[in-house]
Design a protein around this ligand. Structure first.
Ligand code: ATP
Length: 197
């Protein structure tokens, strides 16, 4: 099976932007956070049932998790957020591993804000890092209704920057233009292709 490059970093750092750049070079990418959503939107999934027991206030009448409610509970409640991740992580890992076995390239990218590397033998961890002001500006752009304090709160709730960096095999700075993202991704891709082909 392909090697796994875990592509991680704080909210607004630019994970998805780099994932798209790897995809443009032919590297299959999977978004672990999107996988988590497919899990908790499935009312019959054991993880969803576990979440329903832990957070009955987040359930809609149809047995699904109410997206909006979920977001407001978890965006600003660090303990609930931890518990949700703890429940979802094994289900997400299983799906991602199954997908990876079906790919035929030397390596694949798992994009995730979760610390997937702790639960799995990731071949390598690439952390996207960016200056706080750039991250805050990107988050604000995407969530125009959030106050400055909410933006700061969401950034603070995530793993500290030092924790991400401590796990990194490689760090890439995303403080420049999208053209720079492309160039940096090409450099990384050459390195991984040399390592793993
Ligand atoms: P999240 O954790 O919120 O999903 P993320 O780390 O995946 O965030 P992205 O979605 O890649 O971050 O980036 C956040 C926003 O910032 C996006 O709208 C993206 O287009 C923009 N952005 C990211 N990097 C750059 C850059 N180098 N130049 C300009 N815009 C950028």
């Amino acid at each position: 099976p392909p090697r796994v490059l875990v592509l991680t970093g704080g909210i607004g750092s630019g994970k998805s932007t780099f994932a798209r750049a790897f995809e443009a070079l032919g590297v299959p990418c999977i978004d672990a956070d999107a996988l988590a959503r497919t899990v908790h939107q499935d009312p019959a999934h054991p993880a969803t049932l576990q979440i329903a027991r832990a957070f009955p206030q987040a359930m809609a009448a149809d047995g699904r998790l109410a997206r909006g409610t979920l977001r407001s509970i978890f965006a600003l409640d660090a303990d609930a957020n931890e518990e949700l991740k703890r429940i979802l992580r094994p289900a997400v890992l299983a799906l991602a591993a199954e997908w990876t076995r079906r790919q035929q390239t030397p390596y694949v990218v798992w994009e995730s804000a979760l610390a997937m590397d702790q639960a799995l033998p990731a071949t390598r961890v690439l952390v996207v890092d960016a200056a706080y002001r750039n991250r805050a500006a990107r988050i604000a752009l995407r969530n125009p209704d959030w106050t400055r304090a909410q933006v700061a709160g969401v950034v603070a709730m995530q793993l500290a920057r030092a924790d991400y960096l401590a796990r990194a095999d490689d760090v890439v700075e995303n403080d420049g233009t999208l053209d720079e993202v492309r160039v940096l991704t090409e450099q990384l891709h050459r390195k991984y292709t040399d390592l793993w082909s």
